[in-house]
Design a binder for this molecule. Sequence first.
Ligand code: MEV
Length: 307
Amino acid sequence: MSNLKKTFTSYGKVILLGEHAVVYGSPAFAIPITKLKIETEIKTTAQAGPFIDTAEFQGPLFLLPEKYDGIRFVIETLVAKDQLDTHFEITYHSQIPLERGLGSSASVSYATVNILNDYFELGLTPAEIIELANQAEAINHGSASGLDVATISSEFPVSFVKPQAIVPIKNKLNGFLLIIDTGETGNTREAVAKVRQQVLAETQKKELIDHLGNQARKGIIAWQQQDILAFGKLMDKAQVDLDKFGLATSKIKRIVKIAKKNGALGTKLSGSGLGGIVISLAQTKATAEQIAHAVASHATNIFIEEI
Ligand code: MEV
């Protein structure tokens, strides 16, 4: 293992429809975002580690802050299982803003498993890689449906039902998706707990979860039929339902309103909510740019993705 170096590129994701409902066994529909990358590198070190290098932390694994427990879990699990030599350092260069529902933690976990698999020639199968990344996600977020890892490990948008029913949806919708970063950090663990508490206490909230699942089901069909108007309407309906759970901050609501006024076909929060990103659908690039311009003062970042 002398002076070996390996790299791995992983991507972000956006949930189009079905977040939260997916936790209860309904389908969700999500898309990998290759514009948002994490470049991960592993190299041999003179001293025993492992060592970790991120934008916020450089040092030995045992000093890694708690918020990186997913990384710690993956490395400790594989080191213990395969008796790995710990003379290595993993470096992460991420373009994915953290805690925004853009799949940063899933992407880091997935990259960590892959790069160790490659560097140490562990021979893990794709299913085993996904399984371990999902276990890391469960540590990051409490319980995780598996949607994020399923999406970031796919080349195409995916229809997903937990635990592992993944269907790639290969056609384009023929539109433009704005990914609008509110700059507010979401908290998946808190948002999932907030929804669960309401679902357990109120029958109507269980019905809302079923609505969200049905919107995802219909959305996948609309996407396959390239029915962009129907898809946009489903996004709007999902926003109304997600808002009823108290997941939309006032900033999210403001962005949704402005996007609608500026020609969006549909706009909703995406991911866990309580901050994070808003996604908005436009038929043309010109409309997408108009929406981007109109919401710019409420966003820290806006990406436009042709879909
Ligand atoms: C978080 O990216 C999506 C949620 O549906 C939680 C999950 O699927 O585990 C809110």
